[in-house]
Write a protein that binds this ligand. Structure first.
Ligand code: KIV
Ligand code: ZN
Length: 388
């Protein structure tokens, strides 16, 4: 059975770049955009063109460069924003304007001092105006996670009538639980007239560490686009991490959902974004962290050496990591020591291994991690005649 495609909308260069310290210049943005296109993302959100002349220039240059992906620019529901975005996108092969407005009661009252009717009016006007420049218009209902479902359905219906092609349902504050976010998508799918003409999109923030789980729940319940960033960077605790959602869908084939991402480029892309933004990746980050395929406890190492599948649910090569690593610490066992010793050239007999292991534990209790050089030293001081 063929799988349904989930569109990957990458917002590393817009929501990701909003993070303090992550600002990129146009040249850096172009390199990342080019890599995102090779990676196979469906949409690149290149920036917020009205926000600064530099961002306008970046969006314009990315629009000229990108051959495959749709290039998107963010706007508020403001005519001038939309005009500037349309101008920045004019060279794009596939341009998209992403416009929208806050829809939760809190945003309506505190940000806009308006009413629900007033917000619908502005949303419809913005979508119609954006539609006068480009065919592909995505509408975002900011803070949809805390917006009452009935009102959300009403505004979605009105913007579809105005021409919206994609409906972005952001959990802007990262508040929703996966069940709740999934139920929101299901409600919209079942209650918005004309919904079959538009794509529902997940845009989840990670304030409670649920961005990935919420996005997956969203697509299980009918959404067909996920907005995400490389390494999950983004405002506050970040956005949904691209590499996580891609690999979750790939590792769970029974969901019948997949993306067009070339997963073998994930690790390299993570490294590139981390270096260009000066934003380190936490070692225990799923998929791309330096420990994601490192095994350090004796029980796990013994299992992985016998058969990788005992403790690995995916092949590291599928995400661009050469091989998993066996890290030697004081929690490692003989199997791991023999394995690493062999890698640096020693074939130890069982008796030799017993002696070396005693020496190894003395070292490992002092040092956090035993490296290749240490192995030579340990074997050298172990009173055995090991062959190299
Ligand atoms: O988190 C959010 O609501 C956003 C919108 C501007 C799409 O980033
Ligand atoms: Zn966001």
């Amino acid at each position: 059975m063929s799988k349904d495609n989930v569109h990957i909308f990458d917002t590393t260069l817009r929501d990701g770049e909003q993070v303090p310290g992550c600002k990129l210049d146009t040249k850096q943005k172009l390199v990342i955009a080019d890599r995102l296109d090779q990676l196979g993302v469906d949409v690149i959100e290149a920036g917020f063109p009205i926000s600064s002349p530099g961002d306008f220039k970046s969006v314009e240059e990315i629009a000229k460069l990108i051959k495959n992906a749709t290039v998107c620019g963010l706007t508020r529901a403001v005519r001038k924003d939309i005009e500037v975005a349309a101008e920045a996108l004019k060279f794009a092969r596939r341009p998209r304007i992403h416009t929208g407005i806050g829809t939760s009661d809190s945003h309506i009252k505190h940000k806009f001092n308006s009413t629900r009717e007033g917000i619908i009016e502005r949303a419809v006007e913005a979508v119609k105006y954006a539609k006068s420049f480009v065919e592909d218009v995505e509408f975002y209902a900011e803070d949809a996670g805390r917006t009452d479902n009935e009102f959300l359905a009403r505004i979605c219906e009105e913007v579809i009538k105005a021409g919206a092609t994609v409906l972005n349902i952001p959990d802007t504050t990262g508040y929703c639980l996966p069940e709740e976010y999934g139920a929101k998508m299901k409600y919209l799918r079942e209650n918005v007239k004309g919904i079959h003409t538009a794509i529902l999109s997940c845009h989840c923030h990670n304030d409670l560490g649920l961005a990935t789980a919420n996005s997956i729940s969203g697509v299980i319940n009918g959404a067909r686009q996920i907005e995400c960033t490389i390494n999950g960077i983004g405002e506050r605790a970040g956005n949904t991490s691209l590499e996580e959602v891609v690999m979750i869908l790939r590792q769970h084939p029974y969901l019948n959902l997949d993306t067009h991402i070339n997963s073998k480029l994930l690790y390299d892309t993570s490294l590139m974004v981390s270096q260009k933004m000066g934003m380190p990746v936490q070692p225990n980050k799923a998929i791309v962290g330096s420990n994601a395929f490192a095994h350090s406890s004796g029980i796990h190492q013994d299992g992985v050496i016998k058969n990788r599948e005992t403790y690995e649910i995916m092949d590291p090569e599928d995400v661009g990591v050469n091989e998993s690593s066996i890290v030697l610490t004081a929690r490692s066992g003989r199997a791991a020591l023999a394995y690493r010793a062999k890698k640096v050239g020693y074939e130890l007999t069982k008796l030799q291994l017993d002696s070396v292991y005693v020496e190894f534990l003395k070292f490992a209790d002092i040092k956090k991690e035993i490296l290749d050089n240490d192995i030579h030293e340990i074997i050298g001081s172990s009173n055995i005649n090991a062959e190299r």
